[in-house]
Design a protein around this ligand. Structure first.
Ligand code: ATP
Ligand code: MG
Length: 357
């Protein structure tokens, strides 16, 4: 058997009434990767996950795992399992009985299933709580039971749809670390769906950004943060400023764009006279009271400085449009003094990033 991982090729899902929920998805997911599908509501994340898990089938295209075709294969027959939201644990059964349940349904005999269930419970670190009922466990522990229940079937991949939705922020932060550590230990592919950028950035080996039923970009968290491919990704990832204009020069691998706010330059290639846009991350923008430079600088009004603990986010107004910067928190007092006033925002050419049109 090959070890090619999970491959989605030319996958479409078109619902009756001509609703294109998923369009032309091509993905190659290696075994053992932590993949996060990220995108706004309605972009096709759950539909894609359901097709991988076998709860729905593509209208066209193929899904394979290690070279084995999955289209049309019953969910229970796939080496992939889904952890449903709210974990769907049996409230009156113990942890052990909950984890054993799937094996019991498969007709595995009592001794064998107890042994396998105990091993799975041990993997998620709950051996001491095997006889408890779900209500006697914390939210995080309940999620680990749900995972043990899935692990006991020895899947190649685990699918999680918004697994941290509905948890309070503190528990979410704790579960992010726990889930990630568990996945590393198990070495199994995890595919996790969320619309939370921070969650995606903190957990994924690679993020698949979806929007309008298509894959907008695939990359490591760092790559997506630094090199968003287009305006959709730049805006959805957050904390990016996008400036539009017309390309007025393009040579030597540098493009100049004339925007209504001044000239900006970025590395890349383009055609003079065509539309162009760049994104600039909030964290690379420098704020001062210096004169506005002739290139890569704009005059903005600082509306308010938002203290975020380790940084300060500056909400600014660029001729009626929002503009953002992020500076170290030790500048909070200094920056607050500029509230309501005009300041100069600048950035280095290599920090401006040319977007695909
Ligand atoms: N069974 C269905 N019949 C018709 N349309 C559907 C069906 N299931 C989903 N859709 C539509 O397909 C699109 C994608 O839905 P999907 O549930 O995959 O989105 P999502 O990215 O998971 O969104 P959310 O973040 O809100 O969960 C939506 O426009 C939705 O209304
Ligand atoms: Mg969904």
């Amino acid at each position: 058997m090959s070890n090619t991982g999970l491959v989605l090729k030319d996958v479409y899902r078109i619902f009756p009434g001509n609703v294109t929920a998923v369009s032309d998805v091509n993905l190659e997911i290696s075994n053992g990767e932590y993949i996060v599908f990220l995108g706004p509501s309605g972009c096709g994340k759950t539909t894609t996950l359901r097709m991988i898990g076998g709860h729905d089938d593509p209208s066209s295209g193929t899904i394979t795992i290690d070279g084995e075709l999955l289209n049309g294969v019953n969910p229970a027959k796939r080496p992939i399992t889904t952890v449903f939201q709210h974990y769907a644990l049996f409230p009156h059964k113990s942890v052990l009985q909950n984890v054993e349940f799937g094996l019991k349904m498969q007709g595995v005999d009592k001794t064998a299933r107890e042994e396998q269930a105990k091993a799975a419970i041990d993997l998620v670190g709950l051996s001491a709580m095997m006889d408890r009922k779900p209500r006697e466990l914390s939210g995080g522990q309940q999620q680990r039971v749900a995972l043990a229940r899935v692990l006991v079937t020895r899947p190649k991949a685990i699918l999680l749809d918004e697994p941290l939705g509905g948890l309070d922020r503190l528990l979410q932060m704790k579960m992010r670390v726990e889930l990630r550590a568990l996945q590393r230990e198990l070495g199994i592919t995890f595919i996790h769906v969320t619309h939370n950028q921070e969650e995606a950035l903190s957990m994924a080996d690679r993020i698949v950004v979806m929007g309008d039923a298509i894959v907008q970009q695939v990359g490591t968290p760092e790559h997506l943060a630094r090199h968003p491919r287009n305006e959709f990704v730049a805006k959805f990832m957050g904390d990016n400023n996008v400036l539009h204009g017309k390309i007025s020069a393009a040579s030597g691998g540098v493009v100049t764009i004339d925007t209504p706010y001044g000239k900006v330059e970025a590395d890349g290639t383009g055609t003079v006279g065509e539309e162009g846009a760049i994104s600039v991350r909030a964290s690379v923008v420098k704020i001062s009271t210096d004169a506005v430079p002739s290139i890569n600088g704009v005059k903005v009004r600082l509306d308010f400085a938002e203290y975020l603990g380790d940084s300060v986010k500056l909400h600014m107004d660029l001729d009626g449009k929002p503009f953002m910067a992020k500076v170290h928190e030790d500048r909070y007092a200094e920056i607050r003094a500029y509230e309501g006033k005009d300041v100069t925002a600048t950035w280095a050419r290599e920090d401006g990033h040319l977007l695909e049109q």
